[in-house]
Design a protein around this ligand. Structure first.
Ligand code: HEM
Ligand code: HEM
Length: 479
């Protein structure tokens, strides 16, 4: 059985000028991590602007680049690609080489990948603010920036495959499977879902477009966020508990059942549309079957951690990752339930889904991304975490904000859904949900403050965290 504690990183080569800096071990990982912490602040502030706009639309009336239609896509794309995916890519650039007992094949390629990735994320605020967008949810980036994201993924994939090829560890631990798998799938899912062969519109005509879009809109959580988050959780939790993984066989069973079941169920987003019936049935049945991979993964992680709950909840990073697995459980109980057409007659087209989206993207993948940040950043930087207290405060603020979000959005969604079901007009329901929209904006302030604290802590860690000898700081992963 692979024992991560035996793994020791090679010593860092001294940085030599600017180019030396680009070759410094783990510097690309740090670049992704710090950028991810910064995007958390920016993306979340745009979420706050969107939420305030829903409460007091007149506030931004004369500021076109802040109105809901523009701030919302900036919020959504920035938190998904900049914050969550960025942090998880950054932690993977550290843990994949560490688990393979080698260095990243080319640190410089890691930097180039990071550059093209950040360019795409930056294009969100820069182009959407002025109304330049491809106008399809989660696929708003303009073609040239889609291309830059794909270039980034291809470069990172090449770098990873070369790292795998030059490894000194025979066993491919499941985190490596998830990380490389995500890069392979994104090379397919992103260009297809963004209809990149039609650069002008990024769409195909008619109803078919909704099938393409939701194939992608669903695989973005399923084959991008989920594998990255699970890869990080499988790395961080055994290290903190100082135990081997409960079962490598189960970990691979979870991996393959995820691929088999998650890849084709996007139809559950458009059950009301006149798409083929077989596609609806297929997507609903396999949405239910998603309890299999989810159950396998959670059982494996929790059995790895059993008897060591104290160590996990005391560790600032472990607490984030463990809480992320709990949000995963709630998300994946709610997900299959709301895939049922009968349930969707009440829950679709309203704030219920927005509640699900936040516990999924922030609760599950975002919490694990933050846990990975606080666990990996000190290892990659060779410095101690600047402040554990700030991480704990950040945790408390986000848990409070997110639990509140889930409650108020679910209630608002049920009010909207049941009123419409009974034939009520949309405009007459709006006053009834006003208080929940105001509460969501207030709770958002907690999450925004937590993001700012996190950025401060991350920057202080790499600039003034207490240095630790690299051989000790980098990998001697304990599990
Ligand atoms: C068992 C697994 C899951 C199932 C069966 C599931 C099912 C669903 C369904 C049916 C919807 C559409 C609801 C509607 O429009 O009425 C939805 C929305 C959504 N889900 Fe999940 N979900 C699952 C897990 C996840 C995970 C793990 C994530 C994120 C990492 C996620 C992210 C989202 C997001 C962002 C939306 C909103 C999409 C939109 O903009 O309309 N889901 N989910
Ligand atoms: C200050 C904190 C936040 C506030 C106030 C906020 C607010 C909002 C608002 C107003 C929307 C638009 C909902 C609609 O269309 O009706 C939204 C959508 C969304 N937000 Fe946030 N958000 C915050 C933080 C986050 C974070 C940190 C994440 C992820 C890590 C996130 C993920 C999403 C996603 C995936 C959607 C799309 C939901 C859907 O279409 O169903 N949000 N948010």
């Amino acid at each position: 059985m692979l024992n991560l504690s035996s793994i020791t990183a090679r010593m860092a080569a001294p940085a030599n000028g600017w180019t030396g800096f680009l070759d410094r071990p783990k510097s690309a990982s740090q670049a992704f991590l710090v950028a991810g912490a910064a995007w958390f602040v920016i993306g979340t502030l745009y979420g706050l602007v969107s939420a305030i706009d829903l409460v007091a639309p007149e506030l931004f009336n004369n500021i076109p680049w802040l109105v809901f239609g523009r701030s919302r896509p900036i919020h959504v794309n920035t938190v998904i690609y900049g914050f969550v995916t960025g942090l998880l890519l950054g932690s993977g650039l550290h843990y994949v080489p560490a688990l393979l007992r080698t260095r990243l094949w080319s640190e410089r390629l890691g930097w180039i990948g990071c550059f093209f990735w950040q360019l795409t994320v930056l294009s969100g605020p820069l182009t959407f603010s002025f109304g330049y967008s491809q106008g399809r949810e989660y696929a708003e980036y303009l073609w040239v920036f889609d291309a830059s994201l794909v270039i980034s993924v291809v470069i990172l994939l090449f770098d990873m495959l070369m790292t795998v090829a030059s490894r000194e560890e025979d066993t491919l631990y499941v985190s490596v499977w998830y990380f490389v798998g995500m890069l392979v799938w994104t090379c397919g899912v992103y260009p297809i879902g963004n209809v990149m062969w039609r650069p002008a519109t990024g769409a195909v005509p008619g109803l078919l477009d909704s099938i393409f879009l939701w194939f992608y809109g669903h695989n973005l959580p399923g084959l991008v966020l989920t594998p990255l988050a699970l890869g990080a959780a499988y790395y961080v939790l055994p290290r903190i508990t100082n135990t081997p993984l409960y079962s490598h066989t189960l970990s691979l069973a979870g991996f393959w059942t995820l691929v088999a079941l998650y890849s084709h169920i996007g139809g559950h987003h458009i059950l009301q549309a006149p798409i083929p019936n077989w596609l609806k049935v297929y997507s609903v049945v396999d949405s239910m079957a998603m309890v299999i991979p989810v159950g396998i993964v959670l059982a494996n992680l929790w059995l790895t951690a059993r008897g060591r709950g104290g160590a996990i909840w005391r560790d600032p990073a472990g607490r984030f990752v463990m809480a992320g697995t709990l949000w995963y459980l709630i998300t994946c109980i709610q997900g299959p339930f709301q895939s049922l057409p009968s349930v969707q007659t009440v829950t679709h087209f309203n704030n219920w889904t927005v509640g699900h989206a936040h516990i999924a993207v922030l609760g599950f993948s975002g919490f694990i991304a933050l846990g990975a940040l606080w666990h990996v950043l000190p290892l990659a930087a060779g410095r101690r975490l600047y402040s554990e207290r700030l991480v704990n405060l950040q945790f408390g603020l986000i848990v409070t904000g997110l639990a509140g979000f889930f409650a108020v959005l679910t209630i608002a969604g049920l009010i909207q859904g049941s009123a419409w079901y009974n034939g009520e007009m949309v405009y007459r329901v709006l006053p009834q949900i006003g208080v929940y929209m105001a509460l969501r904006a207030m709770l958002g302030m907690l999450i925004a403050s937590a993001a700012i604290l996190g950025l401060y802590n991350a920057v202080k860690t790499i600039t003034s965290g207490e240095p630790v000898a690299l051989s000790a700081a980098s990998e001697e992963v304990n599990p």
